[in-house]
Write a protein that binds this ligand. Structure first.
Ligand SMILES: Nc1ncnc2c1ncn2[C@@H]1O[C@H](COP(=O)(O)OP(=O)(O)OP(=O)(O)O)[C@@H](O)[C@H]1O
Ligand SMILES: [Mg+2]
Length: 264
């Protein structure tokens, strides 16, 4: 459902600050995949998301989303098909608006009918059920300002907003990294639940090796702007936490193991 073909992204090209953030990266994401992406700081993980979303232009290569070449499509056009959640719980929601108002904004994505009374009534029931299903008691706080919620609660709302219109692709960029372990676990459980319920295709960046192994059906490790290894299904099952840590260490010393060594 998403193909990247030899995609390159360079920042500050031709200057002393040139960074080749993606270097001929190719990736074939199947419908229903739940991919965890790991890789050291600066490996190009967020740039990969930005290239797919159209936030940064690509120098070379093609990006195909649901059979359509979107390489030169503006970001706002792609945003109807893509849900994103970032690391900072403060950026996904608008603090001056209530939970209901935030959800209403998300529900209007790609529509022009959001303010009709009938739609409003239907939305109220929908929002109540969405919040009830996540078990945080937020269904009784629909008129509370989002600014009053904890980071975990805000990230849960952000996740609901990013998925409620059932995007073709959900991209999560370390979306639990700023949360305490309990809130992080709660948001991960919610992520898995929503992905299953809506049959979403998900790509999730994480620095937690445990998370990378525990969640999803496929692990990708990125290094210096390309995919270093891609472990799916059976290969993935034989990958342990220690294999991944070992692989990371080898990257830092520059002494890369072969893919076979890691996946065996
Ligand atoms: N807008 C930008 N302008 C210039 N350089 C950038 C820009 N965005 C990213 N880079 C550079 O591109 C490289 C890849 O950055 P990216 O943010 O994709 O890494 P990452 O894998 O997400 O790292 P982290 O784990 O720290 O989030 C880095 O060297 C970064 O400094
Ligand atoms: Mg990043």
């Amino acid at each position: 459902m998403l193909q990247l073909k030899h995609v390159s992204v360079t920042f500050n090209e031709g200057t002393p600050n040139e960074v080749r953030a993606l270097q001929g990266l190719s990736l074939d994401v199947k419908h229903g995949d739940f991919i965890t992406v790991i890789g050291a700081n600066g490996a190009g993980k967020s740039t990969l998301f930005n290239a797919v979303a159209g936030t940064v232009p690509v120098d070379r290569g093609r990006i195909i989303l649901n059979g359509k070449d979107v390489t030169n499509q503006p970001e706002y056009r792609r945003s109807l098909d893509i849900g994103r959640v970032f690391q900072n719980p403060l950026v996904g929601t608008c603090p001056g608006l209530t939970i209901r108002e935030n959800l209403s904004v998300a529900a209007m994505r790609g529509k022009h009918l959001g303010l009709l009374p009938g739609v409003k009534r239907k939305n109220n029931e929908w929002f109540y059920q969405l919040l009830k299903s996540i078990n945080l008691g937020l269904e009784n706080r629909l008129d509370t300002d989002v600014a009053l919620l904890s980071g975990g609660q805000r990230q849960a709302i952000t996740l609901i907003m990013a998925t409620m219109m059932k995007p073709k692709l959900l991209m999560l960029d370390e979306h639990t990294a700023a949360l305490d372990p309990n809130a992080g676990a709660l948001v991960i459980d919610l992520t898995v639940k929503l992905a299953e319920e809506y049959g979403l295709t998900v790509i999730m960046i994480t620095h937690s090796m445990h998370q990378a192994i525990a969640v999803g059906n496929r692990i990708i490790m990125m290094n210096r702007g390309h995919v270093l290894f891609d472990a799916s299904e059976s290969e993935r099952e034989s990958l342990s936490y220690h294999d991944l840590i070992e692989r990371f260490r080898s990257l830092q010393t520059g002494d890369e193991l072969s893919d076979r060594a890691v996946l065996s």
